[in-house]
Design a protein around this ligand. Structure first.
Ligand code: FEO
Ligand code: CA
Ligand code: CA
Ligand code: CA
Length: 707
């Protein structure tokens, strides 16, 4: 009763990646975008059952305040922090169903890049009716997700503008400067954006289920995956502009050659008809969240890779071991949803089964080196990776936390064998191939039911005669391919869909977004996942013993139990806030991507709020900020509201925290040709289709975000 082989075109929508269907797309609960806000609020208030008992008075006050604020009649700052230096002052954005991205009144939103924008001189302008794979390979990809910001010190990297590669001595100089540069202001930056997945009916105006996919549609979709690396320049108006002339601009797609590194490199289970050596693979797929290493490389994660591969049930008997090792993470039993296997044989498990073993990894790439070949780091295990949060242990090794985003799956940590050397880029670029993978067991601790406890990191390591050996694994290589199966045997704790993970730069604590789990029942609750079903998700704070990321034991507690604090049935918790409604806490559901600001406040992006719960939560996805320390710990407030049908992804800050970035993924999902966001392209012309986009948010006077 684990992960089902559920398939849908929306790997992040709440109606599918946990295999559930809270509300199916196209049903009556689709966003009612033409409704006036007052009607939506009235409906939401009604649905949340607030018009009763003691909650009524406070609720009405909030409802009126929201309406007044919307109408521009009144606006109040909500919270007051004890420490004014860390007080988030932004005006709370109310939940809504607007067709535009909403931010506090003194903030401005700018679309930096949208699907199809040309990334290289000579690349064609976006023309939705005339798409080709050659064009898409040179344009911004579809469904933007992860966003990562990197400083671009021109004084150090000047030579790359003429060499178009990263000379070793320049890389060395960059390595020395990077630890201090990454938190400073800069007028140039590299931004990395994942392109998670494609959805044909929102991409092709001539989409016809009967003829889909043509060969060229398949090729376009493959090129629309992967990620983009782009140079942005801060202009005199305080807006980040894309620099099309930059040698750093790059597209990595579903067909880009990548190295397979680490323990699985060259292993027989990685050998395919197309690559008998088992050392190189074409492309990465379903890249969702990710993270930055301390040495300035990108970690991008392959999440729902299973949905691209067909005919799992037709794996030939001579590949029996491949089939056995994938029973916990099977591909489609017959045809895949996108049907790429009709045109590209490697996606057919019946013809080249081991190709499937070559997806599901964390991929590292050096964004500063335009010629760097991406590397699939197999030592970090194979599962539906979401997020890769890196930090340094007490003894100088590197720890990377990653979640497996599916219902009842696990939280992992990888610790390198060798030490990180600050400033020594050449050393650090090779750290991730050797180390130990662990999986988390969350224990109840001294008191049951108090939503806190202790835990242990269990080594996912094969040894002769140990439990994994006795369970039938033949080697560490098999353990890495079937990481889930090994973690089952070790007794890891099944979680409510672990999504992004972040380590606070201030207190070093680890924050884990558990987005939801509609399948958890009262029979399979555990201390760290105490609600069944759990339609709204929660956030766990994990504190390594000794504040050491290398520790094998930890303490944990639940920071936020999401939901509407006005609805008692949601059983919410917001840190230490005694009266969340009175304090101005925002309703939130489906926490997904995370980032910290410089002061350690946690910023949260949501995925699927509108459909969350039995009767829907009814609001667009958004961005929320929550202090994690001090008297305001848990005072979670909404900063941004996205657009209908679109999840909000990849929250990220510029080094000086004066720009906030995020991605609007699948805007107007399922209706992308009928409802349009953004309305215009970068030339001010009307868009013919909704376009997943990277956006930047700035305070109008350039203040630090949130203050
Ligand atoms: Fe692609 Fe788990 O979100
Ligand atoms: Ca406990
Ligand atoms: Ca996600
Ligand atoms: Ca993140």
């Amino acid at each position: 009763m684990r992960e089902t082989n559920n398939r849908s075109n929306n790997p992040c929508g709440i109606w599918d990646d946990d295999g559930s269907a809270d509300v199916l797309p196209g049903s009556a609960a689709r966003p009612r975008t033409s409704e006036p806000f007052s009607a939506i609020l009235e409906r939401a208030v009604d649905r949340r059952g607030l018009l009763k008992g003691a909650a009524f008075g406070a609720t009405l006050v909030i409802a009126q305040a929201v309406l007044l604020e919307r109408e521009g009649l009144k606006a109040e700052d909500k919270p007051v922090a004890a420490d004014p230096r860390r007080r988030l002052r932004f005006r709370t954005v109310p939940p809504g169903n607007e067709q535009e991205v909403m931010v506090p009144p003194n903030y401005r939103v700018h679309v930096v890049l949208a699907w199809g924008d040309p990334l290289f001189p000579g690349a064609p302008d976006f023309d939705v009716s005339n798409q080709t794979s050659q064009a898409q390979a040179r344009q911004f990809g579809f469904n933007a997700d992860l966003v990562l910001w990197y400083p671009l010190p021109k004084s150090i990297l000047d030579r790359v503008y003429t060499t178009h590669y990263l000379p070793e001595e320049v890389s060395t100089a960059l390595g020395k400067a990077y630890p201090t540069l990454k938190k400073k202001s800069s007028e140039r930056a590299l931004v990395v954006v994942n392109h998670e997945y494609t959805k044909a009916r929102d991409m092709f105006p001539d989409y016809d289920k009967a003829t889909y996919p043509t060969l060229e549609q398949t090729r376009v979709e493959i090129e629309a995956h992967g990620f983009s690396i782009v140079e942005l320049v801060l202009d005199e108006r305080g807006q980040w502009r894309f620099n099309i002339a930059s040698p750093f601009n790059r597209r990595v797609t579903g067909s880009t050659p990548m190295e397979i590194t680490g323990p699985l490199r060259g292993h027989p289970l990685m050998q395919t008809l197309g690559n008998p050596a088992g050392t190189e693979v074409r492309g990465c797929l379903n890249n969702c969240a990710g993270g930055k290493t301390p040495w300035g490389t990108v970690l991008t994660c392959e999440e729902n890779f299973d949905q691209y591969f067909a005919n799992f049930d037709a794996i030939p008997s001579e590949y029996l071991r491949t089939r056995e090792l994938n029973e916990r993470i099977p591909a489609e039993s017959e045809a895949s949803e996108r049907l790429w296997e009709r045109h590209v044989g490697r996606f057919d498990c019946g013809s080249d089964p081991n190709e499937y073993n070559r997806f599901g990894y964390i991929v590292e790439i050096d964004p500063y080196n335009p010629l760097d070949k991406p590397k699939k780091r197999t030592a970090l295990g194979r599962f539906k990776h979401e997020g890769a949060a890196a930090t340094v242990t007490r003894d100088g090794r590197v720890a990377i936390y990653s979640g497996d985003d599916a219902g009842f799956e696990y939280v992992y940590k990888f610790v390198t064998r060798e030490r990180y050397e600050e400033g020594n880029r050449l050393n650090n670029l090779n750290l991730l191939d050797k180390g130990t993978l662990y999986v988390a067991r969350f224990d109840a601790g001294v008191t049951k039911g108090d939503e806190m406890g202790t835990g242990e990191w269990l080594p996912v390591v094969w040894e002769s005669g140990n439990a994994l050996d006795r369970a039938g694994f033949a080697s560490q290589a098999e353990v890495l391919i079937n990481t889930r199966g090994a973690a089952d045997i070790l007794g890891a704790t099944p979680m409510d869909r672990p999504e992004d993970i972040e380590v606070s730069p201030v207190n070093g604590h680890v924050y884990i977004a558990l987005t939801n789990n509609s399948k958890r029942s009262g029979d399979d609750l555990n201390e760290a996942n105490p609600r069944g079903p759990n339609p709204h998700g929660h956030i766990v704070e994990l504190i390594e013993d000794g504040d050491d990321a290398g520790s094998l034991t930890f303490a944990w507690n639940i920071l936020v139990k999401c939901g509407d604090p006005s609805v008692p049935e949601h059983e919410t918790r917001f840190g230490d806030i005694a009266d969340p409604v009175e304090s101005g806490v925002s309703p939130i559901s489906d926490p997904d991507n995370l980032v910290h600001d410089d002061d350690g406040n946690l910023w949260i992006a949501t995925d699927g709020q509108f459909f969350s719960g039995d009767d829907g939560f009814g609001q667009n996805d958004g961005i929320f900020a929550v202090p994690v320390e001090g008297p305001e710990r848990g005072l979670l407030r909404q900063f941004l509201s996205g657009v209908p049908g679109g999840e909000v992804c990849g929250p990220e800050f510029s080094g000086d925290n004066r720009t906030f970035y995020c991605a609007i993924q699948h805007p107007n999902d399922g209706d992308a040709f009928e409802k349009i966001w953004p309305m215009t392209n970068h030339l001010g012309e009307a868009n013919a289709v909704s376009r997943p986009s990277l956006i930047a948010v700035r305070e109008k006077d350039g203040r630090k975000i949130g203050y």
